[in-house]
Design a binder for this molecule. Structure first.
Ligand code: APR
Length: 241
């Protein structure tokens, strides 16, 4: 748990922030019961996320990849936003200039009410056609395997940015803008090892922003940030209000 004085200082910084940017990762959803990627509960059958969330895995065995996504969709459908997601909605409401960047694909931020956000790794409730590229919302559980596009009948894939794929230009541009404009960057529940998000702390530091990390444990970013608070997101984030 963070020291009370650290929290007091941080609360004041948050209240005074002119432009606040927040970056979240799987740790914030862990408090809603969604398994993290690199935690002990991140495995499905014997597979790691890194083995399934790739274009090569989908090309080799789309059925297996869709089975994994069906399992994740089923699991996530039973989860709800927690007090950390809700506190972020309140920060968006209070702060004039605000942007939320999330690596999470579970949709819990928009479910909580966040509107100024980039879901840079996509959203598990959206599908994209591998033929015509059309993106649509799909809430089916389970998705009938193999799903095909109603328009062109090509195979559908999850609308997720997989390992080895680039982020959408529009998201990169918006994130860069938010990182360069902010005077406070909060980094919540990310292991800080997957790029480009792992580089966002450096960008914000470079423009002189105060960078604060909230995580259960220390990360490769901890030495770089101005303050590293250790604890659960659901306990600490609401204390910033
Ligand atoms: N509160 C705060 N932090 C937590 C909590 C919690 N309750 N539980 C776990 N954490 C922290 C862990 O200590 C870890 O640093 O959350 C982090 C989760 O790390 P990862 O599982 O690596 O998740 P993330 O950083 O979001 O992964 C980035 O990698 O697998 C890809 O595309 C996927 O978006 C994902 C990306």
């Amino acid at each position: 748990m963070a020291a009370g004085s650290d929290l007091g200082i941080l609360k004041e910084k948050v209240a005074k922030a002119r432009s606040l940017t927040i970056l979240t990762g799987a740790g914030i959803s862990a408090d809603s019961g969604v398994p993290t990627f690199r935690g002990a509960d991140g495995l499905w059958r014997t597979f790691r996320a890194e083995d399934l969330a790739t274009p090569e895995a989908f090309e080799r065995d789309p059925r297996l990849v869709w089975e994994w996504y069906n399992w994740r969709r089923e699991l996530i459908a039973t989860k709800n936003p927690n007090p950390a997601h809700e506190a972020i909605v309140e920060l968006e409401r209070r702060c004039q200039e605000f942007w939320l960047i999330t690596q999470n694909v579970d949709g819990l931020h928009p479910a909580a009410g966040s509107t100024k956000l980039s879901e840079i790794h996509g959203n598990i409730w959206k599908v994209r056609c591998t033929g015509c590229g059309v993106i649509s919302e799909n809430l089916e559980i389970p998705i009938p395997i193999l799903p095909t596009c109603q328009l062109c009948h090509a195979l559908l894939r999850p609308h997720i940015v997989w390992f080895g794929e680039s982020l959408r230009e529009e998201d990169l541009r918006r994130c860069d803008e938010a990182l360069r404009a902010c005077d406070l960057l909060l980094i919540i529940g990310t292991s800080g090892i997957v790029y480009p998000a792992a580089g966002f702390a450096s960008v914000a530091k470079h423009v002189g922003a105060l960078v604060i990390e909230i995580n259960l444990e220390s990360t490769p970013q901890s030495d770089l940030v101005d303050l590293s608070l250790q604890g659960r997101a659901k306990d600490l984030v609401p204390l910033l209000l």
